[in-house]
Ligand binder design. Structure first.
Ligand SMILES: [Cu+2]
Length: 142
């Protein structure tokens, strides 16, 4: 009899933990920053997926400064030339990492950038969660 109570208790605890892991956003954003270019800016950061489901960035918007556009980009090398291409999503496997970095995936910002010191963006995730990230400007390209 006692053994069956222990089994039931273990099942309940496991269900609660599993429910917690699958329902909550299990995300860490690390080292967000931006780099100014010519008429554009790039945002880099790392997202750790500490959940048990695949997690993708499926959209991006600029909150501040206003009236700017944002896109998810990948840098690809074609015929020895690095080019940037829009992508619909950037994904991290369960317990994996999304790395947005120079020469790879990044958030591209376009519009009248002005003299901004930081970009505030919204990352829309495949699980429906939204992350608001501040990316301070850390230098410029070229
Ligand atoms: Cu780009």
């Amino acid at each position: 009899m006692k053994a069956s109570y222990v089994v039931i208790a273990i099942v309940i605890v496991a269900a609660v933990i599993l429910g917690f892991l699958t329902l909550n956003p299990m995300i860490l954003v690390e080292e967000p920053y931006s780099v100014m270019g010519h008429g554009s800016a790039a945002i880099y950061l790392r997202i750790r997926n500490i959940g048990l489901r695949e997690l993708c960035i499926v959209g991006v918007e600029v909150i501040e400064p206003p009236n700017l556009v944002a896109m998810l980009h990948a840098t690809v090398v074609e015929d020895g030339v690095a080019k940037m291409k829009p992508v619909e999503r950037v994904c991290a496997a369960p317990l994996g990492t999304i790395e947005l970095r120079r020469g790879g995936y990044h958030v591209m910002i376009g519009g009248e950038l002005g003299e901004t010191k930081s970009f505030k963006i919204r990352l829309i995730l495949s699980d429906g969660h939204i992350l608001v990230v501040n990316a301070p400007v850390r230098g410029s390209i070229g």
